[in-house]
Ligand binder design. Structure first.
Ligand code: AMP
Length: 280
């Protein structure tokens, strides 16, 4: 595995790969890698000649009171896991490398950035869209791998790729979960033992909500109430629970067609997100 922190050197290497008509797959991450990231890397490895991983904790997507400084950084372990997954290239830029002039030009993806996490984390998806545009321009991959856990991120980035005619195909990988159903996340490291136990309620609640839909429930308020009631006895503090249209992410009163139930819940200082997709 080759490691680069310099954009010019990385570009030079990937240019050579492209001249040799190799296909390039790309997995952008913020590091603190876990099995969820590993699944993306394995998919990328299988379908491309060159598998590129980036690790960059992007300051532009964190709010002023969020966890940019304390976000887990585990470089040695990350390199080992990347190597195990057959990664060919690790791109590990500094903030100065990515933003030598600070954050000047911004990519904004309207509408789909507005609901769910976008309404709770102002500017978050501008930060994501901007850094992913930069990374796509640097790596110029054929395929981009994203996890379904970050549902809104997949919708925002797919729309951005379409609207800006970026020459890359997006592959969405299903959420990888712990045995008790908790979606794997770098932020799970913030959880105490009690919070970790409590957090398993999120997927149980999403499954219960899905079950009610399978039994004919279509009313979003009642579906959200099922989830709220299950979270109430735990230490979880609800940020949002929403039923949304899958393509537009607009909140629905009645579920119909392709939709998703998405939530964000705090356990202590860990803000955890999860979702489930439904085809009605
Ligand atoms: P992050 O490092 O949290 O920015 O995530 C990098 C990529 O890994 C994103 O596309 C995430 O959606 C994806 N990812 C994170 N956790 C999981 C998971 N549990 N299952 C599948 N993909 C994930």
């Amino acid at each position: 595995m080759k490691t680069f922190s310099n954009i010019t050197a990385l570009r030079r290497y990937l240019d050579t790969c492209r001249r040799e008509t190799k296909t390039i797959g790309f997995v952008p991450t913020m590091g603190a890698l876990h099995e969820g990231h590993a699944r993306l890397l394995t998919r990328c490895r299988r379908s491309n000649d060159i598998c590129v991983l980036s690790i960059f904790v992007n300051p532009a997507q964190f709010g002023p009171r969020e966890d940019f400084r304390s976000y887990p950084r585990t470089r040695v372990e990350d390199s080992a896991l990347a190597r195990e997954c057959g990664c060919d290239v690790l791109f590990y830029p500094s903030v100065k490398t990515m933003y030598p002039h600070g954050a000047r030009t911004t990519v904004s993806v309207p509408d789909v950035s507005r609901s769910l996490c976008g309404s709770r984390r102002p500017g978050h998806f501008d930060g994501v869209a901007t850094v992913v545009t930069k990374l796509l321009n640097i790596v110029q991959p054929h395929h981009l791998y994203l996890g379904q856990k970050d549902l809104q991120q997949t919708v925002v980035l797919r729309q951005m790729i379409q609207d800006l005619n970026l020459p890359v195909r997006c592959v969405i990988v299903p959420t990888v979960r712990e045995p008790d159903g908790l979606a794997m996340s770098s932020r799970n490291a913030y959880l105490s033992a009690d919070q970790r136990r409590d957090a398993a309620v999120l997927y149980r609640a999403l499954r219960a909500a899905k079950q009610s839909v399978l039994h004919g429930e279509r009313n979003a308020a009642r579906i959200r109430a099922i989830i709220r009631r299950m979270i109430a006895p735990t230490g979880g503090r609800i940020d949002y629970i929403e039923c949304v249209h899958l393509a537009t992410l607009t909140p629905l009163k009645m579920l119909d067609g392709p939709c998703a139930i998405a939530l964000a819940v705090f356990f202590g200082r860990a803000r955890l997100i999860d979702n489930i997709i439904l085809q009605i």
